[in-house]
Design a protein around this ligand. Structure first.
Ligand SMILES: C[S@@+](CC[C@H](N)C(=O)[O-])C[C@H]1O[C@@H](n2cnc3c(N)ncnc32)[C@H](O)[C@@H]1O
Length: 196
């Protein structure tokens, strides 16, 4: 049997539709999740590293996260725990779900990514972000606003970010360096070292 032109064309579309359905199911199944224990576990782990290698605790350090990702919940959680933290990522995160943010995703990554981003935001992330800020406000005993100014959009291998954020003594990153080309990584290490 031979494939018709239309069935050949439709295969990738069907794959994408399946992927979207799987994504929507995952987001819906996670929609009621208001458990921040994974963020707190990550906080405790980094706090232990600080105790072990620097002394003191995470809240005594000037911290930088390289590549906080599209969902910068860890950085927001750490900030909520009183950490002096700034992050940098190439991609603009969705912070308020504004049309301008979705437009930015469309311009940078195309309509398919924009549709997925909008879906995730309205099914799950918007409520999660609100619940997280409410929990952090409860813990701190005062209203906590989204620390948007702490989420820098830019290239971590460029010197100006490091010049503006001199004196960091704890820098971390998860699942990022494998996405940075080796020649850019070679640029990163000297500018990072010069700023600390
Ligand atoms: C796989 S994601 C990991 C995100 C997050 N760290 C996490 O664990 O969920 C990789 C992130 O690295 C960011 N990234 C890649 N190259 C970068 C660069 N040169 N400067 C800043 N961020 C970069 C990407 O934009 C992306 O958000």
């Amino acid at each position: 049997m031979t494939n018709s032109k239309s069935s050949l064309k439709s295969t990738p579309l069907m794959d994408r539709v399946r992927e979207w359905i799987a994504l929507a199911r995952l987001s819906i199944s996670d929609a009621g999740n208001r458990d921040f224990s994974d963020l707190q576990a990550s906080y405790s782990q980094h706090d232990q590293y600080v105790h072990k290698y620097l002394g003191g605790s995470l809240t005594d350090q000037k911290v930088i996260e390289i590549g906080y990702g599209a969902r910068p919940n860890r950085l927001i959680w750490f900030f909520g725990q009183g950490v002096d933290i700034v992050g940098i990522d190439l991609d603009q995160p969705i912070l308020r779900g504004s049309p301008a943010e979705f437009l930015h995703v469309y311009r940078k990554n195309g309509w398919e990514r924009m549709v997925k981003t909008i879906g995730r935001w309205f099914i799950n992330e918007r409520q999660l972000r609100r619940a997280m800020l409410a929990e952090l406000s409860r813990q701190r005993g005062k209203t906590m606003e989204l620390p948007a100014e702490r989420l820098v959009v830019g290239d971590a291998t460029s010197a100006p970010f490091w010049e503006q954020n001199r004196g960091a003594n704890y820098i971390f990153s998860e699942d990022v360096f494998e996405h940075i080309p080796p020649e850019s990584l070679e640029r990163l290490l000297p500018v990072m070292a010069a700023s600390t």
